[in-house]
Design a protein around this ligand. Structure first.
Ligand code: NAD
Ligand code: UDP
Length: 310
């Protein structure tokens, strides 16, 4: 198949392109290199079935493909808050452009949505039926509301134009090729520990997240795309093992054998207090899929990657 991956030069996108190229598909990777880079996909240039195109998805795109994975959007709070107007445009105009393309081509399209659609959740763990608690006017809103609006657009194209859509809500995912300066907690802690700098805990570190290793996430993404036409999602994808940020910091310090201390910084506005996916739907729909890589093993891989980078 000919497959378009928007945001393909980013962290998740580059792993997805790698997998699709290995499966023998013709992969068109589209990216504006805001947070992604050519380096992330440079190893794919030698494959005839891989092509890289610089393009901003807020502008229309005219190509011919059979499937679309829409991942274009900065994902870390530091990056999506850098130019919040562009973040909303990327989610909303990007979705409209990619859905329009899918409509013309009658192509199946998958949206990389996010656990952020649940905001700071009162329901724990989060199920797909929970509508969320999102501040519409805060510093995270450009991302959260942009992604929520993109979901709305996907479902309206499905109802109105019978498009084959797949909406997948991704929970915190980590692994090699995360941007060292993107400010996300796993990359921050590892880079700080390797440099012997203090690990920055925001708030008291009691807030929780559930971390999924990138390989497990990509397995699920490809399975979601290949579900029957009737299945639209939204479907949660992530690893339900929940950790406090203090526990994560302790693991990173242990695995890097670092002498780094912890420092406590103010908690950013609207930072969710807890997050953990209910993945029962994914397990039922994806032929028994479940995360295989433990945080311990995944951290080790990620630490080895950052050691090489630094
Ligand atoms: P990333 O920042 O590494 O990748 C995003 C990619 O999109 C980058 O290559 C960037 O340059 C590109 N991009 C941004 N704006 C663009 C535009 N206007 N036009 C074209 N390309 C553009 O982040 P990631 O972690 O790989 O996230 C990929 C997708 O998955 C995002 O949509 C994100 O919201 C979603 N997601 C990721 C996580 C996670 O934990 N990694 C969690 C939830 C959702
Ligand atoms: N965090 C932290 N120290 C850091 C970076 C992040 O304590 O150096 C916290 C952050 O406040 C949040 C959690 O780690 O509670 C996860 O943050 P991240 O930016 O990785 O993802 P998100 O908040 O989008 O889930």
């Amino acid at each position: 198949m000919k497959i378009l991956v928007t945001g393909g030069a980013g962290f998740l996108g580059s792993h997805l392109c790698e997998r699709l190229v290995a499966e023998g598909h013709d992969v068109l990777c589209v990216d504006n290199f805001f947070t992604g880079s050519k380096n992330n996909v440079a190893h794919l240039f030698r494959h005839d079935n891989f092509e890289l195109m610089r393009h901003d998805v807020t502008f229309p795109l005219y190509v011919e493909v059979d499937q679309i994975y829409n991942l274009a959007c900065p994902a870390s709070p530091v990056h999506y808050q850098y130019d919040p107007v562009q973040t909303t445009k990327t989610s909303v105009h990007g979705a409209i452009n990619m859905l329009g393309l899918a409509k013309r081509l009658k192509a199946r399209i998958l949206q990389a949505s996010t656990s952020e659609v649940y905001g700071d959740p009162e329901v724990h763990p989060q199920t797909e039926s929970y509508w969320g608690r999102v501040n519409p006017v805060g510093i995270r809103s450009c991302y959260d509301e942009g992604k929520r609006c993109a979901e709305t657009l996907f479902f309206d194209y499905w109802r109105q134009h019978q498009l084959e859509i797949k909406v997948m809500r991704i929970f915190n995912t980590y692994g090699p090729r995360m941007h060292p300066n993107d400010g996300r907690v796993v990359s921050n802690f590892i880079v700080q520990a390797l440099r012997g700098e203090a690990l920055t805990i925001y708030g008291d570190g009691s807030q929780t997240r559930s971390f999924c290793y990138v390989d497990d996430l990509i397995d699920a993404m490809i399975l979601v795309m290949s579900t029957s036409a009737e299945f639209t999602g939204p479907v949660n994808i992530g690893n339900p093992r929940e950790f406090t940020m203090l526990e994560l910091a302790e693991l990173v310090i242990r695995f890097t054998a670092s002498k780094s201390k912890l420092i406590f910084n103010p908690l950013p506005q609207d930072d969710p207090k807890q997050r953990k996916p209910d993945i029962a739907l994914a397990k039922a729909q994806l032929g028994g899929w479940g995360p295989k890589v433990s945080l311990e093993d995944g951290l080790q891989e990620t630490i080895n990657y950052f050691k090489r980078q630094l």
